[in-house]
Design a protein around this ligand. Structure first.
Ligand code: IPM
Ligand code: MN
Length: 356
């Protein structure tokens, strides 16, 4: 199969972790006889430096022409503490999501048997957790009207949703639930917010199309609590943009490491795969960044964009092996034990895919 992939390494540790995902994907391509054509493009602070735009038009065209986009991380400390900065790397990410129509952000949370002790949560609570958040990604307060009034002394951000936006996300949630345990949880704040009431109404109206799916409606504050108390009780959760942003960071604690969690952002025609962690600027160039979340994002890409399930499965298997054998970066080590470097993890994974 010919796979055309746009490669957006981004900032901080982005390029280092992306390199490992490329190595692993190329090894998989060799093993299964595929032909990957990678097209690198600029995003984030790197793109601001080069052309003054965190998501330049040229990058957009490269993404549109590709079958899938593999993305590293975005963000640079130079912009973080400067509320007056006119252009920010994160704007590139938002613009990219919007222009590519990536309305559904798929964020799985699962545990690895060998890492149960890494989570700050009790082992017996998190064991067997396997849930997926579907976060709406191109609407809500992230994209609503915002501004200042009263000479700058009052500020507002608005959360707007249309029935259509809710429905297309919710349908993906129902379909995902059908392929899993047939349990769907709609997370909202319908006791207070009008936009949440529209979410609930819309999802309720869809229930009849998916009679085999059991739907629960829960308030976001309660979910925030139950998520760490009984993560096992959830399977597929759908929610709006900001609630999803917050809850998926919270959920990453269950797995014990942000460095392990992959994600996919999909729309009608485009799809992007990225680790959920940020650009970790302090670690840039030190060779300590954990590449596994990006490698697992590549596994999601093989499966979801190309239907190549065996390929994805093999990537997951070698990642499990690296965890079981302790061939991991220092963030997954205990008691001051030294890890191997970012690129050594990549080399190890490749050696397991293509034993010499
Ligand atoms: C994420 C990030 C982004 C978001 C930021 C960097 C704009 O936190 O992908 O979750 O808030 O969506
Ligand atoms: Mn976030």
């Amino acid at each position: 199969m010919d796979l055309k992939i746009a490669l957006l390494a981004g900032d901080g540790i982005g390029p280092e972790v992306i390199d490992q995902a490329v190595k692993v994907s190329d090894a998989i391509a060799k093993k299964f006889n595929h032909n990957i054509q990678w097209t690198p493009a600029l995003t984030g602070a790197a793109a601001i430096e080069a052309v003054g735009d965190p998501y330049p038009e040229e990058t957009h065209q490269i993404c549109l022409a590709a079958d899938a986009v593999l993305f590293g991380a975005i963000g640079h400390p130079r912009y973080d503490n400067d509320p007056s900065a006119k252009v920010r790397p994160e704007q590139g990410l938002l613009k990219m999501r919007q222009k590519l129509g990536l309305f559904a952000n798929v964020r799985p949370t699962f545990t690895f048997p060998s890492l149960l002790d890494k989570s700050p949560l009790k082992k017996e609570r998190i064991e067997g957790t396997d849930l997926v958040f579907l976060r709406e990604l191109t609407g809500g307060i992230y994209f609503g009207e915002r501004g200042r009034l009263d000479g700058g002394h009052t500020a507002f951000d608005t959360c707007t949703y249309t029935r259509k936006e809710i429905e297309r996300l919710a349908r993906k949630g129902f379909e995902l639930a059908q392929s899993r345990s047939k349990k769907l949880c709609c997370v909202d704040k319908a006791n207070v917010l009008e936009s949440s009431r529209l979410w609930r109404e819309t999802v309720q109206a869809l229930e009849k199309d998916y009679p085999d799916v059991e739907v629960a409606y829960e308030f976001v504050d309660a979910v925030a609590m139950r998520l760490v108390q009984w993560p096992n009780s959830y399977d597929v959760l759908i929610t709006e943009n900001l609630f999803g942003d917050i809850l998926t960071d919270e959920a990453s604690v269950i797995s014990g490491s942000m460095g392990l969690m992959p994600s996919a952002s999909v729309g009608e025609t485009n799809a992007l795969y990225e680790p959920i962690h940020g650009s970790f600027p302090q670690a840039t160039g030190l060779g300590i960044a954990n590449p596994l979340a990006t490698v697992l994002s590549a596994a999601m890409m093989f499966e979801m964009s190309f239907g190549l399930m065996e390929e994805g499965k093999m990537i997951r298997a070698v990642v499990d092996q690296s965890l079981a054998e302790g061939m991991v970066t220092e963030d997954l080590k205990e008691n001051g034990e030294k890890g191997i470097s970012t690129s050594e993890v990549g080399d190890y994974l490749v050696s397991k895919i293509l034993p010499s």
